[in-house]
Design a protein around this ligand. Structure first.
Ligand code: ARG
Length: 405
């Protein structure tokens, strides 16, 4: 697949920048005041911001600007199918939290808030709402390194341990990350769903490791509505997907540490994390238990196993009252979002290759059309070094060679 050009937008982490781009700041403030006319005329704020940038190289967002910026960054995320709820994002302003222990405490709090107990209108009775939350920490000062960032790709992920025979216990995606944190003294249990520690790196380059407390990691054992044997596969997944290595950029200001979460669409777990052959690779195990003929591809054993695995994921979350959505419902909601945005006079940038679900693509309405492609700001970007850190960590040493046997 072609890597979209917007993945590596300057300025990346650590890049020296002269100062905030005044025209990007102006464009952002005009957008905010245009969409919220109640805030009054924009020219006074523009003047103040221009002056602040001239004096200090940057400017400080008001709480209103920060919240609007984070929400619009989600609205502009062209790979996300779940944007109908963009305006409901809870924005936590943590720009004053600087110490590793303080940052870690707020990340734990983030997870607690994301799985609250409060009922929400429109939710099935007894469902725990998983609510979209973003925690925004200090921005990168012009010409400096990020004051703090996280190595982890998500707040909750599972370790991967490679054995001498080449097999991996756990999530093979995090094999090198697991090696890196082990090199820093972390010891995991060594099982299949071992939650990785969070690694907070400060601008002095030092890494601080923290283990998440159990209560902050809500997990779901995967069972099937009809097949009791499914539980014996011993599968589970975490309830909250919280991306923690993307840079939020708002009006020219970069926030390198701004983890955000939504709730899962079942296929992310059932058709990717547990199914991909380079992840948990569970299709052969499910097909074998279903008694399918795996000698020939044309029996479609993979597809049949995929359907049952995905039914199991949805059912397992729902039975615990944890919010999850299926790809048919979410596809319809996305098109509703596109139509709503159109009525508001806005285009919805979208990347077809990410919007179409990883199973039954053409059975969902999002398949049968094209989308407007654009790189709009505010935005979330995945910088090259952040992506590297989240897969292999930063040991300060040459990358360890992969053991082969
Ligand atoms: N696909 C990623 C995962 O399986 C999560 C990406 C964000 N997903 C979401 N529903 N907000 O963990």
């Amino acid at each position: 697949m072609v890597t979209p050009g917007y993945l590596d937008q300057p300025p990346a982490h650590g890049a020296a920048t002269a100062g905030v781009d005044v025209s990007e700041a102006e464009e952002f403030l005009c957008l905010l005041h245009h969409e919220h006319p109640g805030l009054g005329a924009v020219h006074r704020r523009l003047e103040a911001v221009r002056r602040e940038i001239a004096e200090s190289g940057t400017y400080v967002h008001t709480a209103t600007e920060l919240a609007f910026g984070a929400r619009v960054a989600w609205r502009n995320a062209s790979r996300c199918i779940g944007r109908l709820y963009w305006h409901s994002l809870l924005v936590r302003d943590l720009r004053q939290v600087h110490t590793p222990a303080g940052i870690f405490a707020e990340l734990v709090r983030h997870l607690e808030i994301s799985v609250g107990d409060c009922a929400e209108p429109g939710l099935e009775p007894g469902m725990r709402r998983i609510r979209p939350v973003i925690s925004v920490f200090a921005p990168t000062p012009p010409g400096s390194r990020p004051p703090a960032r996280l190595w982890n790709e998500q707040l909750i992920r599972y370790a991967g341990y490679r054995h001498h025979d080449g097999t991996v216990t756990g999530d093979p995606r995090y094999e090198r990350f697991t090696e890196a944190v082990s090199g820093l003294g972390w010891r995991g249990k060594g099982d299949r769903f071992d939650v990785l520690p969070l690694v907070v790196e400060l601008d002095d380059g030092r890494a601080h490791l923290f283990d998440l407390p159990e209560h902050a990691v809500v997990e779901v054992p995967i069972v099937h509505p009809e097949y009791p044997w499914f539980a014996e596969l011993g599968l589970r997944w975490h309830a909250v997907p919280a991306i923690s290595n993307m840079r939020l950029t708002v009006g020219g200001v970069d926030y390198p540490l701004a983890p955000f979460n939504g709730w899962y669409m079942g296929t992310e777990i059932g058709a990717r994390n547990l199914a991909d052959s380079d992840r948990y690779n569970q299709l052969p195990a499910v097909a074998a238990r279903l008694g399918l003929n795996m000698a020939h591809e044309n029996t479609l054993w993979r597809d049949r196993a995929l359907v049952e695995l995905n039914r199991a994921v949805l059912w397992s979350f729902e039975r615990l009252g944890l919010r999850i959505t299926d790809h048919h419902t979410e596809s319809r909601r996305f098109l509703e979002h596109v139509a709503r945005e159109e009525r508001a006079g806005r285009p919805t940038p979208a990347d077809w290759t990410w919007i179409v679900p990883p199973m039954s693509g053409a059975a969902t309405p999002v398949f049968h059309r094209t989308y407007h492609e654009a790189d709009l700001r505010p935005a979330f970007y995945l910088d090259r070094d952040a992506r590297e850190l989240s897969t292999r960590g930063n040991t300060g040493c040459p990358v360890p060679r992969q053991r082969t046997g």
